[in-house]
Write a protein that binds this ligand. Structure first.
Ligand SMILES: [Zn+2]
Length: 368
């Protein structure tokens, strides 16, 4: 079987005689065929972003897109008189996508040739192919998670959030509070793990503990009472951030063993890692357990190291270590340790989470 082509992450549309029929400067009533509208909506629901590279008057074209009811589907539209290859690059830059994940559709062979010449990795399609795009493998992700379905809304929320942050002049903590952040920590199900998996695949930038657990391993632990697989999601008043983290916890009576903690780099500036750690420390304290965490320093997870040290973890040895086997795989993994003490709830966000401590205490009661 041939390899599946690389998925397209953003489709860039030409307007005149591609998205709509006619030339806007000659005919202000250009028509949007309903099949094209359906294609736009369908690609959007698969988590494929869409943008525009059109030689047109910006205000006029954008107003027409609004009147046609499709303007909201497009991010970073490039409408002007510049080269289309520049527009496509601009879109890729702003989304932080590689050019080989961008597709471009235009009715004019000369425009496709120009883009191919200056941005060879971009995949170009003729306007006649518009209605068949949705059936092509490169536009057909195998699984579509809840985060993928609302990817565009998540991007649009992040543009608005960034703009607000730039114009905000108060201290950072005040800005964070103004976002009305809500963090939800919950026991993972299959769908949650797919979201985490997708996050790691798409960004490959999880700010991890340096210890890797393959997804099959995490999936297999979902029903294991000695283990806890938790996912972290974040929302604020601008919209959802989606799944932003994952934890793997292994319960021993005197000590809780944090085998994996990973949070997305996208939310480092919200202090998400520290909030999760503080919550966990508080839970362990109320269950009367020590905490130990596996950590392998890499050149990319210094922030996580700082978060551990700041939370009070040290390299000191403790008797509780006798409960645990040696570090699962590989060398270079440190066992950080902490005698858990009660912690304050976060001041910058609201936290929704299961009460692990109460559940552990209840369970050990019933075992007596
Ligand atoms: Zn200990």
């Amino acid at each position: 079987m041939p390899d599946k082509p690389k998925l397209v992450k953003c489709l860039v549309w030409d307007l005149d005689n591609t998205l709509w029929q006619g030339t806007l400067l000659e005919d202000p009533e250009v028509r949007l065929p309903s099949e094209i509208r359906d294609t736009i909506v369908q690609l959007d629901s698969r988590g494929i972003l869409q943008s525009i590279a059109s030689k047109n008057d910006y205000d006029l074209a954008w107003r027409r897109l609004e009147d046609l009811g499709v303007a909201e589907y497009f991010v970073h539209a490039q409408i002007g008189w510049g080269r289309k290859s520049d527009s496509v690059r601009q879109i890729a830059d702003q989304l932080n996508f590689a050019l080989d994940t961008i597709a471009f559709i235009d009715d004019l062979p000369s425009e496709r040739a120009e883009v191919s010449f200056r941005a060879a990795e971009v995949r170009c399609y003729a306007a006649e192919q518009a209605l068949s795009l949705a059936s092509l493998p490169e536009f057909s992700p195998e699984t579509v998670t809840i985060d993928a379905r609302r990817r565009r809304q998540m991007y649009q929320a992040s543009f608005r959030r960034d703009a607000e942050r730039e114009s905000f002049s108060g201290p950072d903590e005040e800005f964070l509070r103004s976002l009305e952040l809500v963090m939800t920590i919950k026991r993972a199900d299959e769908e949650d793990l797919s979201r985490v998996e997708e996050l790691t695949l798409r960004t490959s930038q999880m700010n991890a503990t340096g210890v890797h657990y393959p997804d099959e391993v995490l999936r297999a632990l979902l029903g294991d009472p000695a283990h806890e697989v938790l996912t972290v999601t974040l929302t604020d008043r601008f919209g959802p951030h989606g799944a932003v983290g994952v934890l793997l916890l292994d319960y021993h009576r005197p000590v809780w063993h944090l085998k994996l903690l990973a949070t997305s780099c996208r939310v480092v500036s919200f202090g998400a890692g520290a909030v999760v750690l503080n919550w966990l420390i508080d839970q362990a304290a109320r269950a009367g357990a020590h905490l130990t965490a596996d950590f392998r320093p890499t050149d990319r997870n210094r922030m996580m190291d700082i978060a551990y040290r700041f939370a009070g973890f040290t390299g000191d040895s403790c008797q509780c270590a006798a409960e645990l086997g040696p570090p699962a795989d590989h060398d270079g993994v440190q066992r950080l340790h902490l005698i858990a003490d009660p912690r304050q709830a976060p001041t910058t966000m609201r936290l929704i989470s299961p009460d692990l401590a109460a559940e552990r205490l209840e369970r050990s009661d019933s075992m007596r």
